[in-house]
Design a protein around this ligand. Sequence first.
Ligand code: ADP
Ligand code: ADP
Length: 236
Amino acid sequence: GKIITSEDVHLYYGEKEALHGINLDFTEHEITALIGPSGCGKSTYLRCLNRMNDLIPNVTITGSIKLQDQDIYAPGVDIVKLRKRVGMVFQQPNPFPFSVYENVAYGLRLAGERDKHVLDDRIETSLKQAAIWDEVKDHLYDNALSFSGGQQQRICVARVLAVQPDVVLLDEPTSALDPISSAKIEDTLLNIRHEYTVIIVTHNMQQASRISDRTAFLLNGNLVEYDKTEKMFINP
Ligand code: ADP
Ligand code: ADP
C-alpha cells in the first residue's frame, strides 16, 4: 500500500516558491529515487517528509503530507516521534563525535531503552544491515570519526536503522563517497527495502536505474514524471 501521500505541496523560501504543488505518493517496501537537475527542489521536497524544513526561518509550506493516515503537519504532531518513523541520512557523513556503539545506540537510548542485551542485539543487527559490522565489530568503542568517510556513512545508516523507522530518507548519500562504499550503500538499500520504505535523492541516473523501483523526476519545483523505473529508463 501507500505509506506517504503528498497532495499539492507548495513550499516558499520567503517570497520564492521552490515547490509548485507536488502530488506524489510512496509505496511501502519500495525504493523511490528523486532525480532532476541541481536546484530543482529534490532536497527541499525530501526535507518536507520529516519536517526538517521547519528548522529553516521564513519557510512556508502548504498542502498536505500524510504518513499512513496521519497528517504530519497537523497541529500537535510530535516531531521527535515523526523523525523516528521517518529517518534521514545526509550527503555528508555526520556521525556524532563519540563511539560507534553510542552512535547507533543513540535513538534507542532516547527512546528509553536500557537493556544491554537489547541494545547490543539491535546495534549488531543494524551494523550488519548497513554492511559495516565486519569492519567495526572489533572497534565498537572507537570514535566514529576515526573511520573513513564511507565507513562513517554506513555507521550513519545503521544509526537510522537502529530505531526501526518506517521510512528511510537519503539525500545524495553516496555522492561524497568512494565507489566501493557507494556500492555497499546501494546493496544495503536493496536489502532493507523488504523491511523499510526508502526514498533517495540522487543526481546519478545510473544509481537510480540500478536500485530504484520508481523514479520521480523534478524540474523547477514541479513533478514532471513519475513511473516505474524500468519504464522511465527504456532506451528509445
Ligand atoms: P536540489 O536538491 O534539487 O538541488 P534544493 O531543494 O536544494 O534543490 O533547492 C531548490 C531551490 O530552493 C534552489 O533554488 C535553492 O537555491 C533554493 N533553496 C534551497 N534551500 C534554501 C534555503 N534554505 N533558503 C532559500 N532558498 C533555498
Ligand atoms: P543540494 O544541492 O545538495 O540540495 P545545496 O548545495 O543546494 O544542496 O544546499 C546546501 C544547503 O544550503 C542546504 O541546506 C540548502 O537548504 C541551503 N541553501 C541552498 N540554497 C540556498 C539559498 N539560496 N539560500 C539559503 N540557503 C540555501
